[in-house]
Design a protein around this ligand. Structure first.
Ligand code: CO8
Length: 257
């Protein structure tokens, strides 16, 4: 597939997707979604890829869903377009995925960053759910993922006032895993992704699956799920290799990397 709205490349064992609509501050239209799904599927199928990074530009990760595309919609178009279900598919990618955010991550942009497993933010990053200023509300999971990530108080604040949160506040509130200087963002994301990609891929995917259970089930069920996955990990060759290497005081060489 020829990509026109994103850039796709592999840097070692890390798959990179860069949203590339500079004139619209990387607004997320149907084409961006289609291409991200295509790239994500390709990385899922590529045994050489152990982790994925999603990023935008220095000015904007993404300034939201494309307002110009949505503006003429009535209820029927919004309902039938089923735009959100494509994003659900994107969010369900199974390999670890990091969002590297500089500049604006607003509305759908913030929501897509939250679909990733964790966010590394540049100091310039600004997060917000400004849909209220457009007469609507978040529609790609913002009210749900943000409330789970940072709690009710700040989610209500951001969604009801439409204000933006800078990188420091985002880190303090737990939305963001790390904040780094802008010039170091991409290198930091690559480094983190390389570390993940160096481990056993099934173990990393199982850890991701277990953590995600925390967001949609009870503690008892979540603990059960974790225990089952933990026991299953002992059927992996990589468990033999990882624990064997520790005992033998050498570096592990995971087979399923
Ligand atoms: N959609 C379309 N175009 C956009 C968007 C957007 N979200 N954001 C910016 N652009 C365009 C501008 O229209 C402008 O284009 P042009 O040059 O042709 O006029 C260009 O990008 C540059 O933008 P600005 O001139 O506005 O740049 P500024 O530096 O002055 O301002 C801001 C930057 C503050 C980021 C400003 O652009 C802004 O407020 N953008 C909109 C932010 C926003 O409201 N985002 C939420 C959108 S709604 C949403 O995401 C809902 C998600 C749920 C969808 C669910 C579907 C099922």
């Amino acid at each position: 597939m020829d990509y026109t709205s994103i850039k796709v490349e592999r840097r070692g064992r890390v798959g990179w997707m860069t949203i590339d609509r500079p004139k619209a501050l990387n607004a997320l239209n149907t084409q961006v979604l289609t291409e991200l799904l295509q790239a994500s599927d390709a990385f899922a199928a590529d045994a050489e890829v152990g982790a994925v990074v999603l990023t935008g530009s220095e000015r904007a990760f993404a300034a939201g869903a494309d307002i110009k595309e949505m503006q003429p919609f009535g209820f029927a178009e919004a309902y039938l377009s089923d735009f959100a279900s494509g994003w659900d598919r994107f969010a369900n990618a199974r390999k670890p995925m990091i969002a590297a955010v500089a500049g604006y991550a607003l509305g759908g942009g913030c929501e897509v960053a939250m679909m990733c497993d964790f966010i590394i933010a540049a100091e310039s990053a600004k997060f917000g759910q400004p849909e209220i200023t457009l007469g609507v509300l978040p529609g790609m999971g913002g009210t749900q993922r943000m409330a789970r990530a940072i709690g009710k108080a700040k989610t209500m604040d951001l969604c009801l006032t439409g204000r933006m949160m800078d990188a420091g506040e985002a880190e303090r509130s737990g939305l963001v895993a790390r904040v780094v200087p802008d010039a170091e963002l991409l290198a930091e994301a690559q480094k983190a992704a390389e570390i993940i990609a160096g481990f056993s891929l099934p173990a990393a995917m199982m850890a991701k699956e277990a953590i995600n259970r925390a967001f949609d089930t009870t503690l008892t069920e979540g603990l059960r799920a974790e225990r089952r996955l933990f026991a299953a990990a002992f059927s992996l060759e990589d468990q033999k290799e990882g624990m064997g290497a520790f005992v033998e005081k050498r570096k592990p060489n995971f087979r399923h990397r």
